[in-house]
Design a binder for this molecule. Structure first.
Ligand code: TGC
Ligand code: FAD
Length: 391
């Protein structure tokens, strides 16, 4: 038995197989025993809990929905449930796993040579090696197609020059997936594996973050970094390649944020059942308080059904990126609203780190922005239904 019992109003569990429930419960127990006891301190100190990398590798969390090369081969639903439980603990730890899995292992898996897959995937799966994904630049966030990072062909490889910004795990990574325009190919965007100990590669951490404090965020600088020709991800070609990686990450986020919302709802429910105000009655007996609980449990339930359906489409190979945009946009918004409502329900206590709510709220401000902002996903859906790109 563990304190967090999950949040399930509509008997969502009946949609899950026994294996899916087992994966979810194993992750929940891992989070309860290993992350919950240390997360508030990590958040205060701005420390990434690196000691959890190896155990997470042993549980198969990295590249969980990939087949072979030491990966767990989970279904997309199982992978999503892992993300939900991790983010119930903290969005920073889920971010780390998202990047390692969806943004580093997936591009190697989808676009890499057999040699690259054999070299990197088994070590990334155990957490022996860590990775990061460099798409965003200081001047190009929502519009990555404008990137300035360039790759120039040499006799035996490529020389890379450019700056990347807001890169999760940048300074702890052994390998960076760097997206650059290849000068000799009409500026076509391609992906490169750049070992971070190469001359000319530098990572500097972003300090002063009020969000994702338990996650490392860095700026990367590449100055005449030479990589051999074998470091090009051969299957990449065009902006579509990094965007395909984003779909994987956005899918995981859409599950993950439900976990953060559940943590806040659960905290507010327990708190308002015991805290008394007026006529010695629990807060939960007041109609306005019940309205807040009803709103949250309704939105959490709708979000679960939405991403479960998208996950089924993904398993069937029928998902469109606009479907994933809808899930990311809706579920992050829903989770942020839950943090704000539940923070309010705890009154003054809600602003302290005796409770997880304000940490989740601050984390989700990043989650709303990264992997395509809320408004960019609005425009992606708008483009899909009208055929008119309004970016
Ligand atoms: P556009 O002309 O629309 O598209 C270029 C080509 O790509 C296709 N495409 C996609 N393909 C697969 N998946 C997607 N999601 C796709 N979106 C578009 C598109 O069909 C086209 O194909 P083709 O065959 O015609 O060439 O490109 P655009 O330059 O107009 O940009 C479109 C836009 C705005 C949707 C896109 O650039 C975008 O999504 N912007 C948001 C950027 C973003 O999400 N960055 C995330 C960086 S990584 C990160 O934040 C990690 S946080 C990790 C953590 O810590 O958890
Ligand atoms: P901008 O693109 O400048 O957007 C600013 C505002 O303008 C937003 O509200 C946006 O919605 C709005 N806007 C932009 N264009 C339009 C438009 N056409 N119409 C209407 N409104 C518009 N990137 C990586 O490559 N790898 C990572 O690992 C990574 N990790 C991250 C971790 C954190 C903690 C954060 C905060 C970011 C991370 N990012 C990463 C970068 C992230 O993807 C970008 O921050 C995001 O894409 C938004 O870009 P921007 O910050 O430059 O904002």
């Amino acid at each position: 038995a563990f304190p967090f019992q999950g949040v399930d109003f509509l008997n969502f569990d009946s949609l899950l197989t026994e294996d899916e429930r087992m994966v979810r419960d194993t992750t929940r127990r891992f989070v309860e025993e290993n992350l919950i006891p240390i997360i508030e301190q990590c958040n205060r100190e701005g420390r990434f809990p690196r000691e959890l990398v190896k155990p997470m590798g042993e549980l198969g969390f990295f590249g969980a929905n990939l087949e072979g090369y030491g990966c767990a081969g989970m279904s997309n639903i199982e992978y999503g449930l892992v993300m939900q439980e991790l983010e119930r603990g903290d969005s920073g730890l889920r971010s780390f796993v998202s990047v390692q899995s969806a943004l580093v292992m997936y591009p190697i898996y989808a676009f890499g040579s057999e040699e690259q897959k054999n070299e990197w995937l088994p070590k990334l799966a155990t957490g022996e090696k860590l990775g990061c994904f460099g798409l965003t630049e200081p001047d190009f966030g929502s519009n990555p197609g404008g990137m300035r990072t360039r790759a120039r062909k040499t006799a035996d490889g490529y020389v890379l020059n450019g700056e990347k910004m807001w890169i999760t795990s940048g300074s702890i990574a052994d390998v960076a997936v760097i997206w650059a325009k290849v000068e000799d190919e009409d500026d076509r965007v391609r992906g490169f594996l750049v070992e971070t100990d190469r001359k000319g590669f530098e990572a500097r951490d972003v300090h002063g973050k009020w969000s994702l404090r338990a996650s490392v965020t860095s700026g990367l600088s590449l100055q005449d970094v030479h990589v051999p020709a074998k470091n090009l991800l051969p299957g990449t070609g065009g902006l579509k390649s990094p965007l395909m990686c984003l779909n994987q990450a956005r899918y995981g986020i859409s599950w993950g944020v439900i976990g953060a919302a559940m943590a806040c709802y659960d905290t507010a429910l327990q708190y308002t059942q015991t805290r008394k105000q007026f006529r010695d009655q629990p807060l939960a007996s007041h109609q306005l308080v019940q309205e807040k609980l009803a709103w949250m449990i309704t939105e959490i339930s709708k979000a679960q059904l939405l991403i479960h359906h998208v996950g089924k489409l993904k398993d069937a190979g029928k998902v469109g990126f606009e479907h994933i945009s809808m899930a990311k946009r809706n579920n992050v918004w829903m989770a942020l609203e839950c943090t704000r409502i539940s923070r309010d329900m705890l009154g003054g206590n809600g602003i302290t780190d005796d409770y997880p709510i304000m940490r989740h709220m601050m984390n989700l401000e990043s989650v709303k922005t990264y992997e395509g902002t809320h408004d960019i996903h609005t425009l992606i859906i708008g483009n899909s239904v009208t055929g008119i790109p309004a970016f």
